[in-house]
Design a protein around this ligand. Structure first.
Ligand SMILES: C[S@@+](CC[C@H](N)C(=O)[O-])C[C@H]1O[C@@H](n2cnc3c(N)ncnc32)[C@H](O)[C@@H]1O
Length: 384
């Protein structure tokens, strides 16, 4: 260990430096200018072992990990507190307006934190998003954060208990269904709407069933864009269906985009109005059944072989896990492991499963160069 002593003698202090551990170099006699005779003696320690420990901590990226966790939570709080809506309005937002209705002390510190992090900039007591702040709060960015922190947060926080077996997924711990539907829906709508549209256009389809529709954004946006379109969204989660109905009504398409709590894989539970749909689409819903083995997914798909009469088609959109750690592949894998869902697989894996069913995959759509890697499989009954 090295000690540097800023020694108070006359107008100059003498900094005395020396290595204290055996075998290390000793330095002394470093001059330090002094202007205030009353200031305390400064003893600066140099501990090589401790410094190496902190260098390891930084090189391992732990400091960045901590900042990433806190900033992620802060961005969601920016949304949840209503501050983001205020910041998105034209022009800088005065501090008092920004913190209206919030705890002023916490709010002031929060604004300072976000300014230090480069999310906000302040001028003359008013705040606005920086360029970085705008990107960090884009719809996709917030949906991706929300998917992992809000929808799957209750699960990842229980990771130890799930590992040790003191908690079981679905019994003691569950993901948050409405948050899952909302955030997954944002990403799905932005990323996959063109694929669903294209599959529908190819069949001149005017009716759609959306299996595992979450909070309904896909069907709602399709109906908004096409006044001829009608559809039914089905989801097992009542919270998601309640949110979907509300959004559809608000969007003015509640009469054409209808939603029901039902099991996507048990047509007996489906409401009236599902019979005539030319396209039955299911995004990110089928792979959950791999939890019961590939045979279970084969069985569920075979149920559709009888429903898909005429020109009807089943459009299955499924994430393509490739274990290469791009596009948060490992994070996606982790939440599926923890929630005892079946693990999604790559297209070869899916094609092998389809090959065991009475359906055939005539077309595969993908737009994998941007966003979550997902394949859409167009399935029709196997020709006799
Ligand atoms: C990953 S989310 C995908 C939601 C939506 N399709 C999208 O692309 O954003 C999976 C959804 O499937 C629903 N789900 C799971 N099993 C289901 C089942 N057997 N029947 C209906 N919905 C189901 C979940 O509640 C959840 O909303």
């Amino acid at each position: 260990m090295c000690i540097r002593r800023h020694d108070d003698r006359g107008q100059r202090r003498r900094a005395v430096a020396g290595w204290c551990d055996g075998g290390l170099r000793f330095r002394k006699g470093v001059d330090v200018s002094v202007t205030d005779r009353a200031s305390p003696e400064v003893v600066e320690l140099w501990d090589g072992e401790r410094i190496r420990g902190w260098q390891d901590y930084h090189l391992a990226g732990v400091a960045d990990l901590i900042s990433a966790v806190n900033l992620s939570q802060a961005l969601l709080a920016l949304v949840g507190s209503g501050m983001l809506d205020r910041l998105r309005q034209d022009g800088p937002c005065p501090r008092d307006a920004l913190l209206d209705g919030l705890n002023p002390e916490v709010g002031a510190g929060f604004l300072r934190y976000l300014s230090v992090c480069g999310v906000l900039e302040e001028f003359g007591g008013a705040y606005r998003l920086t360029r970085r702040g705008t990107m960090l709060t884009s719809d996709i960015a917030l949906a991706r954060l929300g998917f992992y922190l809000e929808a799957y947060g209750p699960v990842t926080r229980a990771m130890t208990d799930l590992l040790t077996g003191s908690a079981r997924y679905g019994v003691d711990v569950t993901r948050a269904p409405a948050a899952l539907g909302r955030h997954s829906g944002t990403v799905s709508t932005v990323s996959y709407l063109p694929i669903v549209r294209r599959a529908m256009a190819g069949r001149s389809a005017a009716r759609l069933i959306d299996l595992g529709c979450g909070t309904g954004s896909l069907l709602i946006q399709l109906c908004q864009a096409d006044p001829e379109l009608t559809g039914v969204g089905l989801d097992i989660a009542p919270e998601a269906i309640a949110a979907a109905r509300e959004t559809a009504d608000r969007a003015g398409v509640g009469d054409r985009a209808r939603f029901a709590v039902a099991d996507a894989f048990d047509p007996a539970t489906w409401p009236d109005g599902c019979d005539g749909a030319e396209v039955i689409c299911g995004i990110g819903v089928l792979h959950e059944h791999f939890r019961d083995g590939d045979g279970r997914v084969v069985e569920l798909l075979d149920r559709y072989a009888d429903i898909l009469t005429g020109d009807r088609v089943l459009l299955i959109g499924e994430p393509e896990v490739r274990y290469d750690n791009r596009e948060n592949d490992s994070d996606f894998f982790l939440v599926h492991v923890l929630t005892a869902q079946g693990i999604p697989r790559d297209r070869q894996g899916w094609l092998a499963v389809f090959g065991r069913t009475r359906l055939q995959c005539g077309r595969l759509y993908t737009s994998a160069v941007a966003g979550p890697r997902t394949c859409f499989y167009e399935l029709t009954p196997e020709k006799e």
